[in-house]
Write a new protein. Structure first.
Length: 343
């Protein structure tokens, strides 16, 4: 049974957005229960930062390998929900100074996801007072919205601190997964789309949440692997899955092997390798990929114990299934960006 839990190792419970998800209670939002705000001058408030050694610097396959942070491009990464604690829940927002929560974030999302974007980049990933995962399921929409608003307040402050203290006109990538993607969309709307900052944007990888093709006014979906200044998004499901309530929506789905939005099937032999539970074990040819309507279809992955894998929603593995394809694509878009700059 241990292998089965690789799909519970990341941000959300595996039931996220599945038909069996039930509405649940959430701690009422209270000014008295709001955790202490982060101070982004303090390295403790960054899960990943070029001025500290952290899991985003690692490279899989070789234990304890640390990549140098001397790149000329930045990644601003927003991690998914890791605040899932149920018992004795005091606040509906996570505490950025909670050691156990931070360890959980670092050993899952930062190690397995943020590190996928460290190819020729410096990675910045703020800790933020993330909304509890129950906020996605509760009927108390007012409390949920306040929890998400508080989380975004931190994300905005972190990005503004990054721009003021560290960016210095450098090109950057926005990368996010799940709840992080929700906040990244708002951030791009407010700070990047149609502003001078858009010229510095290499790409926005908005993964794990539905992103409509016309979400932004000026930033358009990427259509080919080298394109820059555009958006990328997908949600991963077992082949044959259809989300009927979304069937007619214009949702952006990028194939993270071909990096196009067409429905052309791409075999697993073209996938640049994947990760599962062990960061230092690489799986070649694990899954294929095909855009279908509003989601990305992949074959059921085969690994020791995979017979126990029953879910059709592969949300926690959105990045891991395509880890090395992402690394390659980051390098490709960076190279093309600088080629265009020289012209």
């Amino acid at each position: 049974m241990r292998v089965y839990y690789l799909f519970l190792h990341f941000s959300f419970a595996i039931i996220l957005f599945s038909s069996c998800a039930r509405y649940t209670k959430i701690t009422p939002f209270s000014e008295n229960s709001i955790p202490k705000p982060p101070d982004y001058q303090n390295m403790e408030c960054w899960a990943a930062h070029p001025l500290k050694n952290d899991p985003s610097d690692k490279y899989p396959g070789k234990k304890d390998t640390i990549l140098p942070n001397n790149a000329n491009v930045d990644v601003f990464f927003l991690h998914p929900t890791t605040f899932t604690k149920q018992k004795n829940l005091y606040s509906c927002n996570g505490d950025v100074f909670d050691t156990k929560l931070n360890q959980k974030t670092d050993n899952s999302a930062i190690l397995f996801q943020a590190s996928a974007f460290n190819n020729h980049t410096r990675v910045f990933a703020p800790r933020y007072r993330q909304a509890h995962f129950n906020a996605y399921f509760t009927k108390d929409k007012e409390t949920a919205q306040k929890a998400f608003d508080l989380a975004y307040q931190d994300v905005l402050l972190a990005f503004e601190t990054y721009l003021k203290e560290y960016n210095q006109g450098r090109p950057f990538i926005i990368a996010a997964h799940s709840q992080g993607t929700n906040h990244a969309i708002t951030l791009i709307h407010q700070k990047i789309d149609g502003t001078p900052l858009q010229n510095q944007l290499i790409a926005a990888y908005l993964i794990g949440m539905p992103v409509q093709k016309d979400t932004f006014l000026y930033i358009k979906p990427c259509q080919f692997p080298e394109e820059t200044g555009c958006t990328i998004s997908w949600r991963t499901f077992k082949k044959g899955t259809e989300l009927k309530n979304e069937k007619e929506l214009p949702i952006l789905v990028t194939n993270p092997i071909s990096w196009t939005t067409t429905q052309q099937y791409v075999s697993k032999e073209e996938n640049k390798s994947s990760l599962l539970r062990d960061f230092n074990v690489i799986y070649p040819n694990l899954v294929d990929a095909q855009v279908n309507s509003t989601v990305l279809w992949v074959n059921k992955p085969k690994f020791k114990g995979s017979i126990l894998l029953r879910t059709r929603n592969y949300h926690p593995a959105d990045i891991n299934f395509f880890y090395f394809s992402i690394r390659e694509n980051v390098a490709t878009r960076i190279q093309h960006y600088f080629q265009l700059e020289k012209k």
